[in-house]
Design a protein around this ligand. Sequence first.
Ligand SMILES: Cc1cc2nc3c(=O)[nH]c(=O)nc-3n(C[C@H](O)[C@H](O)[C@H](O)COP(=O)(O)OP(=O)(O)OC[C@H]3O[C@@H](n4cnc5c(N)ncnc54)[C@H](O)[C@@H]3O)c2cc1C
Length: 317
Amino acid sequence: MASMTNHDTDSQDAEAQEELLQDSDCCGNGCTHCILDNKPRPSKRVLLAGKRNVILSYTKFRLLRRESLDGQVLLLHFGHAAEAETETEDTVLDIPPGHHVMMRVGSLLRPYSPYWSDFQAKEFRILVKLQRGGPMSRHLAVVRPNDLLEFRGPIGQYVHDPTEAKCIYILAQGVAIAPTLPLVRQVLENEEDMSRLWHLVCARDLQHVYFREELLEFAQFWNYRSCLYLPHQQCESAACQEAGHCDQECPNLRRSLRYRETAKVCRLDASGLATHANPSIPGQRVLIVAGDANFQRTMAQSATHSLAVEPAHIYLL
Ligand SMILES: Cc1cc2nc3c(=O)[nH]c(=O)nc-3n(C[C@H](O)[C@H](O)[C@H](O)COP(=O)(O)OP(=O)(O)OC[C@H]3O[C@@H](n4cnc5c(N)ncnc54)[C@H](O)[C@@H]3O)c2cc1C
């Protein structure tokens, strides 16, 4: 763990505004929005609050809760570890939807995308999939409540304008569903936002769909639709075992789905995307894709034709 220097609040504030980025600040993971081109800076919301965003420069956060979902996937909940009383009063935590943060352990840097954050309480949560043999995964596999970790951000470019009603397609792959939740909440929690959302969630099978309860809550809103794409969904029936996956009409699959849940036993592809085009609904088409580089590239290419999204309105998280 890297040691922290003991700045007082004022000098930290100045440093946060002035901090120069160096090549070594890049994690080398090939992020679409690299920290070198997206310097963390105060948002309008923070400036309006007249406070400082604690995460603009590397700051310690305490692990408050750790939950293992299936051994390979962890929910980690962090809270800002204030070093002085004034730091508690004068600061907030601002991680806008669609932005990620950089975790630093010694010289090791890795980006993570919060699925929830609290502006006043200065807490955030991430969903982490441990990668076999990965250096950060080795570290995170053994973190325990009360451990301190360093983060910096927010990094990203996505900005949503709620005054213009849009058709927003949000495509998520596996654990990358996490950063799409704040994007959905941002629209649904604003009653004046008339944008419509299509949340297309790709996972191996139902067991690997994270945040199902949240998706069901979203489904109560008039302007939200979701569809699960589950190419490896397989029940115990002889027919589905023989086929290697459930049939689209499989009664066991139907029974596993909850009210307002829709699932397809296939990969999401260009023709699948086209079924959500709804050309009669007016509004600018916007595409947001969260997943690995290959998923992002394939979906962005397909959506330009299938959903008539202009390249300028495609955001890769
Ligand atoms: C912008 C951005 C946001 C991210 N947000 C999250 C997040 O919220 N949660 C999360 O768990 N991870 C996220 N990641 C990935 C994360 O930064 C790390 O790469 C991951 O935790 C593994 O780190 P590591 O050091 O253990 O292994 P690494 O050294 O990074 O990788 C080890 C091996 O696993 C492979 N690998 C790494 N990531 C993936 C992946 N996602 N899918 C398939 N193979 C992979 C690598 O190619 C390599 O072979 C994000 C990545 C980016 C670019």
